[in-house]
Design a binder for this molecule. Sequence first.
Ligand code: NAD
Length: 472
Amino acid sequence: MWNINQAYIGGAFVPVQGTEIVEVINPATEQLIGNVTLANRDDAKRAIAAAQCAQRTFGRSTKAERIDMLRRLQSAVLARTELIRETAIEEYGAPVARAQWVSQYASQCFANAAQTLERYQFARHVDATTVIMEPVGVAGLIAPWNSTAGTICSKLASAIAAGCASVIKPSELSPIQTQVVAEALHDAGLPAGIFNILLGRGMDVGDEISTSPGISKISFTGSTGTGKLIVRAGVDSMKRVSLALTGKSAAIVLDDADLAKAIPLALHAAFMNNGQACVAGTRLLVPRKDLNEVIELVHDLVSAMRVGDPRDPATLIGPLVNHGQYERVQHFIRRGQEQGARLIVGGEGRPDNLEKGYFVRPTVFVDVRNDMDIAREEIFGPVLSILTYESEDEAIAVANDSNYGLQAYIFSSQQNRARHIAAQLEAGTVLINRIGPDLLAPFGGVKQSGIGREFGVFGLEAFLEPKAIVTE
Ligand code: NAD
């Protein structure tokens, strides 16, 4: 049983002043596995003050010093890989393979940031002017529950590379993973206050970070609705913002694609992370002429997917994070049927073999129109909508007919054709014949999927501000 009642402020774990206690439930078993006492606004003020204090020195640190810090953070997190993996399974329900990826990714973020920093020139010339890239100041890093260790480490790595001290507020729904990551980061032995971590409600701790004049920059990952609140809250202090938000990504299978290769990948893109992925390819666009073949393939593949105990390496889909998320997904499965979409596999309720846990049946709809709720809204569960198209232009138009534009997928046997279509898609990233990211390439969304980019040089520059030094 975990009992978490501390925040990491000024280089030490200190008792929180907040008094709200939240229970932590294992989503696969519905058993109580911990209690967390949430931090409050006063705790957030303390954390901001500690970061401001650290910023005075850290903002002037050298590139070599920051690379050294990143390497120490990498080693410290690497040493806890197993524990990070185990808590992602226990608290979140990530299947083993996913938990393994997230736990390795957490340490890899620091290695990637160090590599980016090594090559980065902080001074450059524009005509006769010298431009120096300076740290933007103290950063607030606010994370969601669906990739806790990875999001904390990725944001922190970029902030450290840029010379920005930070206040990190992970989701109140992932306290155990946060605690394990915080302990790992502490082991790196960085000077006090360079990063501070506290768990609290968005309306309380999150709002303090978003409004405080002591914070210069917010790097937020979460829903579009919360992103809008954060932008509004930060406007008086003119905060710089990077927002990584909601997605409703399209996956286009072209008529020249090998369906036997494309459909398994497309299903993986739709159901990754138990369907709780911002980049999930939840609108699958297939040529009308191929629909029957696609239905047959999808039906067979999805029916064979193992849903259940996330500890079992054979499991592909674990539980959703909590009961609220389970209900939300059930609502969309009902809504899809009410609006006239046809179920080809899955449906409401738990899978037959499971009596406990927030498990849903991987569900696929056909006869979906792009104006139905299941095609427009992010469901955040293993629910896929299949739409058909007649022409390439129609496929592009349907893919782009969305408020969101985070990621898109194209499956084709012709690279050039796929690239030509990629150029016309409204998305921050387009993956061609693959579903894994390039972690040094810029990542972020267009339209209501976000503002700004993370990872690599673009992620570093999101924490920097150019200063022009103009001489006579
Ligand atoms: P959320 O927006 O509810 O919460 C995200 C974080 O914001 C949490 O830490 C929460 O406590 C905090 N928060 C809530 N209200 C706040 C406020 N008023 N001020 C400041 N902070 C506040 O999102 P979630 O449910 O935790 O995560 C799921 C969402 O995140 C999905 O929409 C998903 O697509 C999105 N997401 C996007 C990406 C991306 O890279 N684009 C990655 C992962 C998740």
